[in-house]
Design a protein around this ligand. Sequence first.
Ligand SMILES: [Zn+2]
Length: 325
Amino acid sequence: MKNDKKVYEKILVQIEKNVDSKNLECVIEGCSNIAINSHILQKNGILNSISTANHFHEYKNADIFDFAKSNSGKELRFRKTGVNKAHSYRTLCSEHDTNLFKSIEKHPIDFDDYNVHLLFAYRTVLSLTRKEQIVQEKILRKIASKRLNEPHPALQSMRKDNDQILKEINKALEERGSEIKRLESNLSLERKDYAFIKLNYPLKKVYSSSRQKTPKTGETFYVNIFPYNNASNVLIFYPKEYKDSWFDDYLESWTGLTEKEFERRLTTHLFLNCENWGIAKEHLENVSQKELDKTILISQKLRYNFNVRADLSYSIGFNLFSKDR
Ligand SMILES: [Zn+2]
């Protein structure tokens, strides 16, 4: 039995490795060039501004290796990551990566420009699409593996999880197609479907890119938060004809905050709504490890709880940026 478990673990690790090392095509439809590691947020001027010795910490799923090794029950954790590898997926070929995003790769970035906000959203959705495609491929391989289909108790819950995740990923990828088309029709200047707000707060050395949905109507909007010009910038990009009291409240929840309120709002947003995000080492060194661990477990428990995520009065009860909450 024990040996079986080891064999299964080995197969799982091998599947992860195989997919991670496989060449992928550029995510842009019709482009068959090989994708390079593309950053969701630019490295120069954004990501490197929060790094120490070219590193910071990303909040993400523990590696299958880590998870097997530790018994902490933490599927999510902070991992020290190099700037070159951080916040990136093999999404675009080098040509598309360079040409499409020129106006958000040069300085200064013009945050009054519609196109700039559109590009931040577009890059977010392309990257998340690629991330989902990678997960899809891994799951499909696990489902197809003969040995992982053996009637061993250790495999049963994994198989159930795989089926569930695959169902959700397939649904998400289906939606992505029309979302990407809509953003692309805006890029080609045929339409102007979105509106944006940009807010500035005192600098917190974190970044995150997320795509969220409104609870009632399922409209997609995009939230990018990152340091720029010595401030934390919050960019929210949303369909402009979209009117709903929840969304008004959502925008309000980010507006006119004191520094403390912003710290708390941001902490809840990061742990509740962002799939992966990064933070400077100094912030993590300043908070209690015990409180941090507690918050990680809450975030893990709530990551698929859309009711809590939609509740704008919910606070995770922790402040990542200050000792007093
Ligand atoms: Zn390409």
